[in-house]
Design a protein around this ligand. Structure first.
Ligand SMILES: [Zn+2]
Ligand SMILES: [Zn+2]
Length: 175
């Protein structure tokens, strides 16, 4: 049986074929295309943008300059049997990063518990993740691998958008 070239799951029904590879669905195909574009973004362009962001102004508060990096805060909220949790990476200065993690911790401590059973499991997990992030100091003198990854992804999505745009325009002019 065929296996998806992106997520490696066995394809039971249907599936998508492109460039001689098989995928579960359009989503896996789009993800695979995206990864391919992301991998092809030139190293020096990523490097330049990463350093510009890292030494530039904080996009959140606009006040602090330098040591701007990715800060991930972790949240959880529950309502009876429904518990949802998420981790949000954001580019900011250290001060804004600390604020976001503290905010997410308070949010989770207030709203996280009220679900069975995941509220009791995920609330300590998300709170602990924030605390670990606060204690381990995510920023350093050199940009993190996470920031590089995020920059690479955003360049890739811009590239894809431009490709789609020019594709549409050329279609408009074809008749
Ligand atoms: Zn797949
Ligand atoms: Zn800031």
């Amino acid at each position: 049986m065929a296996k998806c070239a992106f997520c490696d799951r066995t394809i039971l029904f249907g599936g998508k074929k492109a460039e001689g590879l098989a995928f579960c669905n359009d989503k896996c195909l789009a993800n695979a295309r995206f990864t391919l574009v992301a991998d092809q973004v030139p190293e020096d362009i990523v490097f330049a943008q990463v350093h510009e962001i890292h030494s530039g102004p904080c996009p959140v508060c606009g006040k602090n300059r330098g040591l701007v990096d990715v800060h991930t805060s972790h949240k959880v909220a529950s309502f009876l049997v429904v518990t949802s949790w998420s981790s949000a990476p954001r580019i900011s200065c250290n001060t804004c990063g600390i604020k976001a993690k503290l905010g997410a911790t308070v949010y989770s401590l207030v709203l996280g518990w009220w679900g069975v059973p995941w509220g009791f499991v995920m609330t300590p997990v998300q709170v602990l993740r924030n605390l670990v992030g606060l204690l381990s100091m995510e920023t350093s003198m050199t940009p993190s691998a996470k920031l590089e990854q995020l920059v690479r992804m955003s360049i890739a999505s811009q590239t894809l958008e431009e490709k789609n745009k020019s594709h549409c325009e050329s279609q408009d002019f074809s008749f």
